[in-house]
Design a protein around this ligand. Structure first.
Ligand code: GLC
Length: 527
């Protein structure tokens, strides 16, 4: 609870005083207001009113959050955006995620058990333990139920629908248990969509929940949470009268439901917000997006500048910064050594760190990479995914020994060694809601070559326009080849390349601006 200081004017000791203090506290709003009246003999009544504005309460609902549990960009954004928002002392920022078996042990042992409740989910009544952990002014809650979450990994189970329905219903029940009714319930991706849906269909009729507003953020429209309509009531516990909110294309579509039920919905870059109105990008949801366009906005993701800092990153072979970039050459040399590539300081290293799936633009790479390899270059790829691509890159590495390295796995330590040791970072995605790798690479002085889509278009500005990287517009292998060659030519110019590296390293990819946009969005909803 907020406290106030009495800043009423000082009076002499001989003067009789009477101080009245009235403290009003409304239970739901937790508003705290102190009115102090000071009476003196000499002066007329002076009244000094101090109003302490209560903190605005934001609750993130998400299926993962770094550093506790992360399978991709979603976790990084939930972790770093909440931290950035909480820097503003006017906001009480909290995050709630499931307590999976794989939540990192080093954090888990510090979690505090704050109690348990039973959560209704249709005819079920399930145990829900609640753990708490505070970091960087953000309060994290973890929802415990071993039946649902004591399994390896986060997703991919036959009952994911039920698991995340339980999670979302738990979120709504936990609000009463912890007596925290957020001003804004900010739900991320389909796994959290049901919280926004339950709010509008079940909970908003309770007085404490009636003023909660919700925002739904789409990190990737490809994954919508689609289920058979048969299980609407039996599994999701949604009354039949609300079927119209979640029904789409003769299925339950949780993402659609959250778009309908939220006051605002957002995407993780402005360009992607425009793209998903188009069937080419929308995975079938464009008509819903267009109909709800009045509440859509795109806000570009940022990265945590402390977490990705080549000056302090312990995973690197040597540290460097934009002001003192010399050690990047050490990182390159050590990387070449480690990967058994010839140690050649003047041979450009092109890197890709990516899930090996079609929308990452791997078909373009497959089509023209051998033309790139005719030149004096080295190519490194790190990632896992579809076996067709895994096999292709393994085969390529086999055929171009000493020139191509393919590492079919994922390892954060190794990825940082590649971000720092490479010269060019290739990311030719067919679609990319935001993408964080191009920002990380740039911060580590590795110049990005990207297709102009989604967040790639919003974060990488073409070299020709005085920007920080290279871009091509159409999803076409030869357009990509053209800009790769352009990048290689500038690389060979030496000095010009160093200027470009500087521009990449000093581009502002922090959350500063975007966190402000989110706060504006929240405040706009609360008026
Ligand atoms: C998803 C998107 C990616 C985005 C990330 C974080 O993983 O595919 O583009 O950067 O979410 O928002």
């Amino acid at each position: 609870m907020a406290t106030t200081k009495n800043t009423a004017p000082k009076t002499s000791k001989s003067v009789s005083k009477s101080v009245k203090t009235a403290v009003k506290e409304t239970k739901t709003e937790k508003a705290f207001e102190e009115v102090t009246t000071v009476k003196t003999a000499e002066k007329p009544v002076e009244k000094c009113e101090i109003q302490v504005v209560p903190k605005k309460k934001i609750l993130f609902v998400a299926s993962e959050a770094a550093p506790f549990i992360a399978t991709g960009g979603l976790a990084e954004v939930v972790g770093s955006l909440s931290k950035a928002l909480a820097k503003d002392k006017n906001y009480d920022v909290r995050v709630i995620v499931p307590l999976y078996q794989d939540v990192k042990k080093e954090y888990r042992k510090e979690f505090r058990f704050i109690g348990n409740i039973f959560v209704p989910l249709s005819w079920r009544n399930q145990y829900c333990g609640i753990f708490e952990y505070i970091a960087n002014n953000v309060t994290f809650y973890f929802v415990d139920n071993e039946y649902y979450f004591k399994r390896p990994g986060c997703y991919g189970y036959y009952d994911d629908g039920e698991r995340f329905a339980f999670f979302c219903r738990s979120v709504m029940e936990i609000l009463s248990f912890i007596n925290f009714y957020p001003d804004v319930l900010h739900c991320h991706d389909w796994q959290a969509a049901l919280s926004a849906i339950y709010l509008k269909t079940i909970y908003c009729f309770r007085p404490e929940y009636q003023f909660i507003r919700s925002v739904f953020t789409i990190h990737n429209i490809e994954y919508q949470g689609q289920y058979s309509l048969d299980i609407l009531e039996d599994l999701f516990g949604i009354p039949a009268e609300f079927r119209y909110l979640v029904e789409y294309d003769r299925c339950i579509n949780l993402m659609k439901g959250a778009i309908e039920c939220s006051e605002r919905f957002t995407t993780v870059s402005p360009t992607y917000a425009g793209e998903i109105k188009n069937p080419y990008y929308s995975h079938g949801l464009d008509s819903i997006v267009r109909r709800n366009e009045f509440k859509l906005c795109g806000i570009l993701n940022g990265i945590d500048p402390d977490y990705y800092d080549p000056a302090t990153d312990k995973a690197l072979f040597a540290n460097y910064s934009a002001k003192k970039p010399q050690n990047k050459a050490v990182c390159k040399e050590e990387l070449q050594k480690m990967l058994n590539l010839p140690i050649k300081p003047n041979t450009p290293v092109i890197a890709m760190i990516s899930r090996l799936v079609a929308h990452k633009g791997l078909d373009l790479v497959r089509e023209v990479i051998e033309q790139v390899l005719r030149q004096d270059v080295q190519f490194v790829i790190l990632g896992t995914g579809d076996s067709a691509y895994e096999n292709y890159f393994n085969d390529l590495a086999h055929r171009y020994t000493g020139k191509v390295v393919s590492i079919i796995s994922f390892n954060s330590d190794l990825s940082r060694k590649i971000y720092s040791g490479a010269d060019i970072f290739l990311m030719p995605s067919k679609s990319e809601p935001c993408g964080l790798s191009q920002m990380i690479a740039s911060r580590y002085g590795t110049v990005a070559v990207v297709r102009e889509t989604g967040g790639l278009r919003d974060s990488i500005i073409p070299y020709g326009a005085g920007g920080n990287g290279f871009t091509f517009r159409d999803y076409n292998a030869y357009d990509m080849l053209y800009v790769i060659n352009e990048a290689l030519n500038v690389y060979r110019e030496g000095e010009e390349w160093q200027k470009l590296v500087q521009r990449a390293m000093t581009t502002d990819f922090t959350w500063a601006k975007s966190a402000d946009y989110y706060l504006k969005l929240y405040n706009g909803m609360l008026q």
